[in-house]
Design a protein around this ligand. Structure first.
Ligand code: MCA
Ligand code: AMP
Length: 485
């Protein structure tokens, strides 16, 4: 397949800005040289892990892997011991790419390490003996939580990245003249595929904030950025800040496109932002396994509370519990969203059982999201099939994973985890704990630290409630619906 990034080789683009992280930046010429030199070194190796800090090195490492036809496994630099150990043993990378100053935790020290030199110059990989990559070859392995067990590695092929980014270009009129600003993490699809690979495929540029904040958004949108990507928590914080920050309202008013995704943006936040800026935030709906499925189009009618229409090339249907397709577009009949198209992943790594379960016999992917359709085809997501999946700050978190981690704490006899509504995070993780010793229950902060250091800080419980026993049915199954404050 041809390069995913035509602008890297086009000589006309050499001086155009490509990436900016704080005061460090690369033009297309510089990015092409650095990624080319790195691609030449890693070509022919197996999968490579990328220590995905919000920095130039991460972008160069992933572009180099894609140019070399080698699959990249982005790692959350805040992953705890247990999570990191699982991802490394499951994905078995041949080496890890990191910035020269990064200190890597113990499980990674056993792997060969290659420092990413963003100033390197070298021959393009196509001048080297690099095996040509095919459309269905894996580009990325992105780990994503399920209801139970450790995260699964979604294998994302090159064609899915090309298909999703080109479909978004069509829906959003996204071109090389766009300058994107965001502060998303680079170990998930939203920040990495849409937020870094997206602008690079268009020949445009991205300015990463390092860390999300309204000052950065104001500065960049005032200084020429045209698009903003964020999760609903970020837009909620923007909505909260608007009354105090008139410059933020002006900056947002100048943007060409404000895009929210990864979870539902509450209508109240949509309304507050529109009232203060005159802009409508548009939502798109995607998933690690499917990349992007639907979006409000730049030339379409924005409609708060909906995620727009299927993207070009994406087939979308709603099905009943028994799998039969729903034909009505009546804003009422709820069904599970199933999708098919070139945007889909190929498999969960080493998990043929989970892969088989995720697809119907005729190749539709079961998203687990429940929705209705308006008469004109706009999709409204109304919920999720599994109550054991929590979306907090735009991160998907499996209740089972956190319960297992809590049970590894000596002070915990039984544990159940639920999500509760939270104005800032969408949902907040709540741990219901039966202490081993009711006289001295483990401190809530200690349990949060325990989960953060085993799994990841965003998986830590925000609230801990203590019980004498968990409510169970006759079969002994925990009745989570009975767990309400
Ligand atoms: C607090 N911290 C701790 C602890 N308590 N660290 C260790 N142990 C503890 N006990 C640290 C946190 O790590 C963090 O550090 C800081 O304190 C604040 O944490 P927190 O309140 O959790 O978060 P936040 O900084 O307020 O984050 C809100 C956020 C974040 C910025 C919105 O949730 C975020 O980046 N979300 C994006 C999720 C995302 O990209 N999802 C895409 C997947 P520090 O400040 O150093 O970080 S979905 C997807 O890809 C699909 C395809 C789609 O549709 O998009
Ligand atoms: P992840 O598995 O982390 O990639 O998250 C994918 C899930 O995020 C989807 O299955 C949806 O439940 C949710 N999601 C993504 N975008 C939206 C959106 N715009 N509105 C509602 N839910 C969304």
């Amino acid at each position: 397949m041809s390069s995913l990034f035509p602008a890297l080789t086009g000589s006309r683009a050499a001086d155009r800005p490509a990436l900016r992280f704080g005061d460090r930046s690369l033009t297309y010429g510089e990015l092409g040289a650095a990624s080319g030199a790195l691609a030449a070194r890693i070509g022919g190796t197996g999968r490579v892990a990328v220590w995905a800090t919000p920095a130039l090195e991460t972008a160069v490492a992933v572009v180099a892997a894609l140019e070399a036809g080698v699959a990249a496994v982005p790692l959350n630099p805040k992953s705890g011991e247990k999570e990191l150990g699982h991802i490394l043993s499951d994905s078995a990378p041949s080496l890890v790419l990191a910035a020269p100053d990064d200190e890597l935790p113990p499980p990674l020290r056993e792997l060969e390490r290659l420092d990413v030199d963003v100033r390197a110059a070298g021959p393009r990989p196509d001048e080297q003996a690099v095996a040509p990559a095919g459309d269905d070859d894996p580009a990325l392995v992105v780990y994503t939580s399920g209801t139970t067990g450790p995260p699964k590695g979604a294998v994302i092929p090159r064609r899915a990245i090309a298909a999703t980014l080109d479909a978004l270009a069509d829906a959003w009129q996204w071109t090389g003249d766009d300058v994107l600003v965001h502060g998303l993490p680079l170990f998930h699809v939203h920040g990495l595929v849409l937020g870094i690979l997206g602008p690079l495929r268009r020949g445009g540029s991205v300015r990463h904030l390092g860390r999300f904040g309204t000052e950065g958004v104001t500065r960049e949108l005032t200084g020429g950025a045209t698009m903003l990507f964020g999760v609903p928590t970020m837009y909620h914080r923007i909505a909260q800040a608007l009354p105090e920050e008139p410059e933020l309202a002006k900056a947002l008013g100048r943007a060409r496109l404000l895009v929210s995704g990864s979870a539902a943006l509450p209508v109240h936040d949509h309304e507050r932002i529109t009232a203060a800026t005159g802009q409508r935030v548009i939502e798109r709906y995607g998933m690690t396994e499917t990349l992007m499925n639907t979006s409000i189009r730049a030339d379409g009618e924005p409609r708060a509370g909906t995620v727009g229409v299927p993207l070009p090339g994406v087939e979308l249907r709603l099905v009943e519990e028994d799998g039969s397709p729903i034909t009505s577009y009546d804003s009422e009949t709820v069904g599970e969203i199933q999708v098919r198209g070139p945007n889909l992943f190929t498999e969960y790594l080493n998990r043929p059982d989970a892969t088989a379960e995720a697809f119907t016999a005729d190749g539709w992917f079961r998203t687990g999201d429940m929705a209705v359709r308006d008469p004109d085809g706009y999709v409204r997501i109304v919920g999720r099939k599994a109550t054991d999946l929590i979306k907090s700050g735009g991160y998907k978190i499996g209740a089972g994973e956190i319960e297992n981690a809590l049970l590894e704490h000596p002070g915990v006899r039984e544990a159940a985890v639920t999500g509760e509504p939270d104005a800032d995070l969408g949902e907040r993780i709540v741990a219901w704990v039966v202490p081993a010793d009711p006289q001295s229950p483990p401190d809530a902060g200690e349990l949060a630290d325990h989960v953060a250091s085993r799994l990841a800080p965003h998986k830590r419980p925000r609230t801990v409630r203590y019980l004498d026993s968990l409510p169970r049915n006759d079969m002994g199954k925990i009745m989570k619906r009975a767990l309400t404050s």
